[in-house]
Design a protein around this ligand. Structure first.
Ligand SMILES: [Zn+2]
Ligand SMILES: [Zn+2]
Length: 133
């Protein structure tokens, strides 16, 4: 069982699948979202994801210029899971507190727009934009 929560604990969730591939987005929108070099996420089927607490608190912001939505806790500001597509959720790996032992970064995406100071030093495959672009 993989579990996760925001910093204040108002929002908690669990994943019943065992995703191993981490996708790391380095785009400028994700950088502002996290204040870091991007965001690492795992993607799971909707059926394998459940909110335990605080689902009604999750706040979203739609970027008017891109197909991109922020999901966060309005109390503590932590990044939270959201819909990846109609069938799957994306889950920020930094919000997970257990079940991450077998995960590793498999893909870096949008490395074409990564920050100048961002040196990618692991074996994850690098993609200029989306995977396949
Ligand atoms: Zn919170
Ligand atoms: Zn991004």
């Amino acid at each position: 069982m993989i579990t996760g929560h925001c910093n204040c604990g108002a929002v908690q969730f669990e994943i019943t699948a065992s995703p191993t591939n981490i996708y790391y987005c380095h785009c400028s929108i994700c950088r502002r979202y996290t204040g870091a070099n991007g965001i690492p996420v795992v993607v799971v089927k909707n059926a394998d994801f459940a909110w335990i607490k605080g689902a009604d608190l999750v706040t979203t912001w739609q970027n008017p210029d891109a197909d991109w939505q922020a999901h966060f806790c309005p109390r503590c500001g932590s990044s939270l899971p959201g819909p990846n597509d109609p069938e799957r959720m994306f889950v920020p790996v930094g919000a997970l507190v257990s079940g991450t032992d077998d995960m590793q970064i498999a893909h870096h995406i949008f490395t074409g727009s990564k920050a100048d100071w961002d040196d990618i030093c692991d074996a994850g495959q690098q993609h200029d934009g989306h995977i396949g672009s």
